[in-house]
Design a binder for this molecule. Structure first.
Ligand code: AMP
Length: 471
């Protein structure tokens, strides 16, 4: 008898692959130049770093060899030299599509998720446009979370070879050092809308010299209620700026924002690319009983022996409870959710990045946007509420920066078949059952009729209790 029975699904499950794809433009409600600029001479060299490229399949290699090179895209020699130094050999699809438009100075909105190289797609055009001799804020990047803002800032430092002064303006950290960095001549602000508004309101941050504005993960910022702040911030930026918008999905609200604050934007839709990216992650589903989830996780970890694992829960309390149980068994385990102090979140993320933490239990708020090459496994301890969150969660593994593809295992309870079906439609795959050994994650289903082929069938015994009489 198989140890697990799959969650009961509605009929749509069988048509997930053939059904018309619920593409990323679906609303979440349905669910979720070659000229050197004078200041950028090729003399300025980025520090040498060991080259690291992702393991590519033959198909991917052929596709990359057919595509443009960075030199074909109109980047300056200084930038090309830095890209060479950091081991970026070929542009990713979003970069190849987005860079020529953005480098031409046109506003552009792109549909792409993290992990596809979108940060470089908007950072490189900004770097080309900045006048590094002017110590004023010329670039503004708004991002939904502190971690993402920090990550974008790090990527910008990497891509500029450390030549651009950036300041990360996010809540949960003291304002003083952020204000000092602005006064010392920061050229690019990467921040979350709330704190950016705060410093503007206090007269500590002026946006009158902004030539380049980016809205990163626009859908997420709107979901988080940042729309009024974003609108106020963009109204304070000069009208002749260039604006870029990146979003994993393009619901109506994001399109409205683009229509209001962008000038005739070109659109690059790489949502197909996003789906291809998810196909490079081995995805499984495991039917679990709620009270056996913890045991199932222990056995999955024992079986998979992940290099590093990110476990998603739906709620903060869920993350805390799971962490409490785990920390007794696993020393290199940590937990992150939105209520934790920023300093603690940063310390945890750094330790995870450095490999000191093997397993991180997190909620979607902090999980999204994390780019850590060591993450080999994603476990969705709680099935995500929205299918877009699923794509974001599993995208934390199999990153462009990692050596190997990743694995994602999603725990689904029997009454969550609908949610699983929506996820499968979103990724255009019927997810195979995870072959868990030595543990029964879900008790067998007892059925009276032979109608449900997915269920394990156990014959019903005749009740002979004297209370009920009978033979
Ligand atoms: P992102 O989607 O911007 O979060 O990028 C994911 C990871 O891929 C980051 O670590 C980037 O440094 C890396 N990356 C981006 N573009 C390239 C490229 N063309 N070649 C190699 N690595 C890249």
């Amino acid at each position: 008898m198989p140890t697990t029975a799959r969650a009961k699904r509605p009929a749509t499950r069988r048509t997930a692959k053939s059904s018309s794809r619920t593409n990323a433009s679906q609303s979440r409600a349905d669910r979720r130049p070659d000229g050197d600029t004078p200041s950028r001479s090729a003399k300025a060299k980025a520090p040498s770093k060991p080259r690291r490229t992702r393991t590519q399949s033959n198909d991917e290699k052929e596709a990359a060899e057919d595509g443009p090179t960075f030199a074909d895209l109109g980047l300056s020699k200084a930038t090309l030299a830095t890209l060479d130094e950091i081991g970026f050999e070929r542009p990713s699809k979003i970069q190849a599509a987005f860079l020529p438009i953005a480098l031409s100075g046109r506003d552009c909105s792109g549909q792409a998720r993290t992990g596809t190289g979108k940060t470089a797609a908007f950072t490189l055009p900004m770097l080309e446009k900045l006048d590094l001799d002017r110590k004023v804020i010329q670039g503004l990047i708004l991002a939904p979370t502190r971690e993402l803002a920090e990550q974008v800032s790090q990527e910008m430092k990497k891509l500029s070879g450390g030549r651009v002064k950036t300041v990360v303006i996010v809540g949960g950290r003291p304002m003083g050092p952020q204000v000092d960095a602005i006064k010392r001549g920061a050229q690019v602000v990467v921040g979350t809308p709330g704190r950016v508004m705060d410093l503007m309101g206090r007269g500590q941050l002026g946006l009158e010299n902004i030539a380049f504005a980016v809205l990163d993960e626009a859908d997420r910022m709107l979901d988080d209620g940042f729309r009024p702040d974003i609108e106020k911030i963009l109204r304070k930026c000069p009208k002749d700026r260039q604006t870029l918008l990146l979003s994993a999905t393009m619901p109506g609200e994001v399109e409205e924002l683009a229509a209001k604050f962008m000038k005739n934007p070109a659109q690059v839709d790489m949502s197909e690319d996003a789906l291809v990216a998810t196909e490079m992650i081995e995805q499984f589903v495991l039917t679990v009983d709620p009270d056996r989830k913890f045991g199932a996780l222990l056995h999955v970890l024992k079986q998979e022996k992940p290099k590093q694992c990110l476990v998603f829960t739906r709620t903060k309390r869920g993350a805390e409870k799971l962490y409490e149980r785990f920390s007794r068994k696993l020393p290199n385990c940590a937990m992150m959710h939105g209520d934790l102090q920023q300093r603690k979140r940063e310390k945890t993320l750094q330790a995870f990045r450095e490999g000191q933490i093997r397993m991180l239990v997190a909620t979607d708020v902090v999980g999204r946007g994390i780019d850590i090459s060591g993450i080999s496994h994603i476990v969705n301890f709680d099935v995500p509420e929205f299918q877009d969150d699923y794509v974001h969660r599993i995208g934390r593994t199999g990153r462009m920066s990692s050596d190997t593809n990743g694995r994602a295992i999603t725990f689904v309870c029997r009454d969550q078949g609908d949610q699983l079906t929506k996820i499968e439609i979103r990724v255009s795959q019927v997810l195979p059952t995870y072959p868990l050994k030595d543990f029964e994650a879900a008790r067998p289903v007892i059925r009276k009729t032979v109608q449900d082929h997915d269920a394990t069938i156990i014959p019903v015994k005749k009740v002979t209790s004297p209370l009920f009489g009978g033979s």
